[in-house]
Design a protein around this ligand. Structure first.
Ligand code: NAD
Length: 499
């Protein structure tokens, strides 16, 4: 039976090329559990060829003036926006995210970052510094690109992750070999074609497909200068270890178990809206999810009542329906993992199930029953030692934890090995800053949750990551510093001039 999309090959040295491994895998539509396309897997020889193409392209691209680089990246951002709905449609089929989300967030926020870094380098953002040391001597610095870099993506924001990695990499003058997640690979070739159409020289952006073994080969390749990785903490540790073995630079964007603290004075509706966005947006498959919701003990009754009322606004259904705001989980393996956590929460942790639980969402149409759908789930009266409270589930599973004092909530919020995101809801400005200042996380929000604009550098503390993406800080890890001391005195200071 013909699949909805043609077989995907690899893309390197400026064009689509067949893989030589002779092996393929299928990408699946998670809403219906049906295959979408065959994907050819890169062999080691294919990966070597892609890296060689990126290496050749580096000598040209790294010398291309900032303003010329910027023009190409801006053109790519324009093309992405022009083709927004077409790309979003494919992302919805591949990832299971509702079209209401992919058409307003995924491509848009990727294109924003591309435009941001194009403007940044075009406006002199990569200029070095000059320091006058003495009247006849000074130091100047240069921000030099690194070389061939590798981008490895997760499946939850496929094209956005590809753009957040490639935009800054290319703006800084590097070239990239990108590997999408094997669960959501369809965007890779589209993005490569858009870059080519925008005028990017052949070999500057390349795509290879495959699973962890392809990723592992990339991260240990001797010709690679840097690895930027998005994925689970456990995989990130392997990737960072492999990269460190050959002294590669790394950026690690990993998982979290982020706390959201609702203070006693918080506006109830806002607090509930924040908690819902922090748990059910994108069916809970957002790295920065605020899955540990700390609520004052005396707010239990109104908080749970309002939350249950608002859960009616979570609407699972056909992914292209403009009422749908909740899709399936993105793959069968992930579906089984999340169900296992829900089962564990009920039967082993013995948390109180306030809403959701095992089974498909109510009123799910018949033709979607085979897909990887779960219910938005809320456990209440949770304790810090429960597995559902300690481990990243990466699905729509909220844990409510009651507390007596804000200091206690902060202490418990920080009692985790992860430190990706954190947030606080309060009307008290001083308290907001005091609490945020104490929370051990790299991405924090006050009275809101989840927005991550191009201007905002984001990255995790502790085991949630290394380095940041986006903002001015995001480009610093894609360049290396060269300091040059110039002496114009006409004489070399030497200790070897006389006996
Ligand atoms: P994953 O770690 O299973 O896979 C991520 C990528 O790594 C995939 O492309 C995979 O093929 C590749 N990979 C697997 N083994 C590898 C190896 N040994 N060497 C090199 N590459 C290898 O993660 P996932 O399930 O795809 O993504 C979900 C995770 O990503 C969650 O933990 C989530 O929190 C995290 N995430 C973090 C951010 C962030 O910005 N911090 C953003 C999105 C997702």
């Amino acid at each position: 039976m013909a699949l909805p999309f043609p077989t995907r090959q690899l893309y390197y040295d400026g064009q689509v090329r067949p893989a030589t491994s002779g092996k393929t895998f299928q990408t699946i539509n998670p809403a219906t559990a049906t295959p979408l396309a065959d994907i050819q897997i890169a062999s080691h020889a294919d990966i070597d060829a892609a890296i060689q193409a990126a290496d050749r392209a580096f000598s040209v691209w790294s010398k291309t003036p900032y303003i010329a680089r910027a023009r190409i990246l801006q053109k790519a951002a324009t093309l992405l926006r022009e083709r927004n709905d077409e790309i979003a449609r494919v992302e919805t089929l591949d990832s299971g995210k509702a079209f209401t989300e992919t058409s307003t967030v995924d491509v848009v926020t990727g294109a924003d970052v591309l435009e941001y870094y194009a403007n940044y380098i075009g406006g002199g953002g990569l200029n070095g510094e000059t320091t006058q040391l003495r009247e006849d001597a000074w130091v100047y610095t240069k921000k030099a690109p690194l070389g061939v870099c590798v981008g490895i993506g997760a499946w939850n924001y496929p094209i956005q992750i590809a753009l957040w990695k490639s935009a800054v990499c290319l703006a800084a003058g590097n070239t990239m070999v990108y590997k999408p997640s094997e669960f959501t690979p369809l965007h890779g070739e589209t993005l490569a074609q858009i870059y080519t159409e925008a005028g990017l020289p052949a070999g500057v952006f390349n795509v290879v497909n495959g699973a962890g073994d392809v990723g592992a080969y990339l991260t240990s390749h001797p010709s690679v200068a840097k690895v930027s990785f998005t994925g689970q903490v456990s995989t990130g540790m392997k990737v960072a270890g492999s990269a460190a073995g050959s002294m590669k630079y790394v950026t690690m964007e990993l998982g979290g178990k982020s706390p959201l603290i609702i203070c006693p004075d918080a506006e109830l509706d806002n607090a509930v809206d924040g908690a819902m966005m922090a748990n059910f947006y994108s069916t809970g498959q957002v790295c920065t999810n605020g899955t540990r919701v700390f609520v004052p003990r005396n707010m239990k009754q109104p908080f749970e009542k309002r939350l249950l009322e608002k859960l009616a606004f979570v609407r699972a259904g056909p992914l292209f329906d403009d009422q749908t705001n909740f899709g399936p989980l993105s793959s069968e393996v992930h579906y089984k993992k999340v169900l296992e956590y829900i089962r564990h929460g009920k039967d082993v942790d013995r948390a109180t199930l306030l809403a959701g639980g095992l089974g498909k969402p109510e009123n799910l149409p018949h033709d979607l029953q085979a897909g990887y759908w779960v219910r938005p789930t809320v456990f209440t009266d949770c304790t810090d030692d429960m597995r559902i409270v300690k481990e990243e589930i990466f699905g729509p599973v909220m844990s409510i934890l009651y507390y007596d004092t804000v200091d206690e909530a902060v202490r418990r919020a920080n009692a985790t090995e992860m430190g990706l995101a954190a947030g606080v809801f309060t009307k008290d400005l001083n308290r907001a800053h005091r609490v945020i200042d104490q929370l051990q996380a790299g991405i924090t929000w006050v009275n809101t949750w989840g927005e991550s604009p191009a201007e905002m550098a984001v990255g995790g503390w502790k085991k949630s990551g290394l380095g940041v993406e986006n903002g001015h800080k995001g480009i610093e890890s894609w360049v290396q510093n060269k300091s040059t001391l110039v002496d114009m005195s006409g004489a070399v200071a030497t200790v070897f001039a006389k006996l």
